[in-house]
Design a protein around this ligand. Sequence first.
Ligand code: OAD
Length: 230
Amino acid sequence: MRKIVILTGAGISAESGIETFRAEDGLWAQHRVEDVATPEGFMRDPELVVNFYNARRAQAAEVAPNAAHHALAQLETEHDGEVVVITQNVDDLHERGGTKALYHMHGHLKGALCASCDHRWPAPMVMAAGDPCPSCGAPAARPDIVWFGEMPYDMDTLADHISQADIFVAIGTSGNVYPAAGFVAEARRAGAHTIEFNLEPSAVGNQFAEHRIGPASETVTAWVAEVLAT
Ligand code: OAD
């Protein structure tokens, strides 16, 4: 029973209508990473940061999972081995598509985090800079997003899953951000077969044994059908 570990990035949500980060007209062309995705940026201008993620949260609520999200949920239900999805995405399209074994390694838009005491609670649709923490009362609510310079969530558990993978798959991620970009190397060391799904080879594309080039809604759906047929 083959264990399948799947890493996803912004490319899997692109066909749902959420822009990726590094496309020519992507989020990082419109906003400075240092301003909206670092703890220093939040300390400088919390309102700018909170509003940036309010806009992302509103956008995520308006879109729907696409065929690739649904195919991964079907794989989890019907494959006769374990399937684990690790996403770098902060939207909830995997959950809404039906995936259950899911790790949000970069946090998620539905969460709020206290910058003072680390308490976590469900985020309102619209956060305001200076919202009080329901636990300690500090005016320090922030989105529960892992910013540059911060440690992604669940790293020990993710390393365990990757070390047990028979098949490791990366879907719609550019391979620019570590530690996620290093997962393929870990999976290879563990003896997994590795497959990359993307519109083009990623920055770590040469480390994958196999490439499926094309939109995820088509390539992932076709691959899931193949896996379930064998
Ligand atoms: P990127 O924007 O860096 O990369 C998106 C990837 O998806 C690119 O390689 C595209 O070629 C590919 N892609 C686009 N549309 C696709 C489609 N329809 N089907 C298949 N592939 C497609 O996004 P990530 O790799 O997810 O972190 O970025 C990683 C992290 O960098 C994010 O989690 C975020 C960002 O800064 C933080 O904010 C901390």
